[in-house]
Design a protein around this ligand. Structure first.
Ligand code: EPU
Length: 431
């Protein structure tokens, strides 16, 4: 088992460089299956979710070359028409993008149902609705999604999503790129990574219009060609370091960000009394005074992201007064609050609402990372707390944060990574 040991209480000062966006990369890598030719992709985060997806593509016959820590060349020209490796697929939520990619490339797909962080039920009915709308027959066979296009191929159609879903929007886009005719995705998600996937596909010859609005139009093309693409910076990683600077205090320049993507996080931190200055591709966060209370409701983009809920909760746990968080995306995403309470926070949770009564100080103790973002919140809490905090199950954190230890140490944090003998291996997954 891996754990982080944190000696907290010191402010964060300096610069941190943000990596490429995980949730864009996890869509773009499977989408390379559609391309005949080499995709050179820059700014790919070196995190365990990406290493897992690369292993899946490799087992399917992709030719993958690493040109540096964050640059890859992927050529799927000779990929085999096969079942995606079940054991690997089940370990990552984003493997659902292999359904759209295999369906588009081969006209059929067999992909095990994906895993994922436990935030309550996470159905993929909207993905299936989209594939069926463009003509696929989709069945669940022995724990696998089996999708088949008709003899005449997938046919563009209008898909109106019943819920705003990042995964369904991206998956239908991937599935429709090589279909006959035009597909409209209505009530589409608008997250920055949706636009990034569309830009990647267009760079390889696709015709995707309107990404970033709630209607996306995909005009089918006969084939995609190789090309070059650079993934956008990770909105949530940037937000995590912003929240860390706010909760712990100090002066941090978060570099390689798109400030527009950060607006709702920037606004919330300012409301809480944090000084946030936007530059062209960087954001400076300074906090010297006390934090003020605030309320937040998580929503699809451009609303406040659910993936930033736990990090901002740490700021609220240390703010003056009572703050309220309402979770608007998932049924349950507050499991980490019990861990924060162990550190001295005062949080009461009722299903989708957390009421946070700010305290003056958190105190170090042993806590667990319940999932990827909850794990990041525990690290922030440990940095803000007095004494020593140990965070267990940090494999969750390493699925989505590149070099977190190194980046925090460069900001002056006292944090180290320990490998200890595994007594109770936790096989649940993230994403
Ligand atoms: N939903 C359905 N049916 C569907 C799909 C979604 O009912 O077919 C519901 C979900 O249950 C949820 C809501 O719609 O209540 C939104 O789910 P969405 O499909 O947008 O989420 P996702 O694609 O499963 C991605 C990210 C998550 C992030 C959400 C929301 C990946 C691999 N995961 O999940 O990221 O929380 O979008 O922005 O891209 C993370 O990075 O820590 C993470 C969990």
């Amino acid at each position: 088992m891996l754990k982080y040991v944190i000696h907290g209480g010191e402010p964060l000062n300096g610069k941190v460089l943000i990596s490429g966006a995980k949730n864009a990369a996890v869509g773009i890598l499977p989408a390379t299956l559609l391309v005949k030719g080499t995709c050179r992709i820059e700014n790919v985060p070196d995190i365990s979710d990406i290493r897992l997806l690369l292993q899946i593509l490799d087992e399917m016959g992709a030719d993958i070359r690493r040109l540096g820590a964050n640059t890859l060349e992927i050529d799927c020209t000779h990929v085999r028409d096969s079942v995606a490796p079940v054991e690997l697929v089940r370990r990552i939520r984003a493997s659902y993008y292999l359904i759209g990619a295999q369906l588009g490339r081969f006209g059929h797909a067999t992909v095990a149902l994906p895993g994922g962080c436990n935030f309550g039920p996470r159905p993929i009915d909207q993905h299936i609705k989209g594939f069926e709308a463009i003509g696929a027959n989709v069945e669940l066979v022995s724990g696998c999604i089996v999708a088949k296009a008709p003899e005449t191929g997938l046919q563009g159609a209008r898909v109106n999503l019943d819920v705003v879903s990042v995964g369904a929007t991206m998956n239908i886009m991937i599935g429709a790129v090589l279909a006959n005719g035009t597909t409209w995705i209505e009530n589409a998600a608008k997250e920055p990574h949706i636009v990034d996937l569309a830009n990647f596909l267009n760079a390889m010859g696709a015709k995707v219009y309107g990404a970033g609005t709630d209607v996306i139009r995909v005009r089918g093309v006969k084939s995609l060609h190789g090309g070059f693409y650079s993934i956008i910076p990770d909105q949530i990683e940037a937000g995590t370091y912003m929240a860390a600077a706010a909760a712990v205090g100090g002066d941090v320049l978060v570099q390689n960000v798109i400030p527009k993507h950060m607006e709702c996080i920037t606004a919330k931190l300012r409301e809480m009394g944090v000084e946030v200055t936007e530059y062209e591709d960087a954001i400076r966060v300074v906090r010297t005074g006390p934090l003020r209370r605030a309320n937040v409701k998580t929503m699809p983009y451009p609303g406040f992201p659910t993936d930033m809920q736990s990090q901002v909760a740490v700021c609220m746990a240390l703010a003056e007064g009572i703050s309220i968080i309402t979770e608007g995306i998932y049924d349950t995403r507050f499991r980490y609050c019990a861990e924060l309470n162990r550190m001295g926070a005062s949080i009461q949770v009722d299903t989708k609402v957390a009421v946070i009564d700010g305290v003056k100080q958190l105190h170090g103790c042993a806590v667990k990372a319940c999932d990827l973002r909850a794990g990041a919140a525990m690290v922030i809490a440990g940095l803000a707390a007095d004494g020593t905090t140990t965070v267990e199950d940090v494999h969750f954190i390493e699925r989505g944060y590149e070099c977190m230890i190194e980046k925090l140490r460069a900001l002056g944090a006292d944090i180290s990574r320990l490998e200890v003998p595994d007594q109770h291996p936790d096989v649940s997954e993230a994403g």
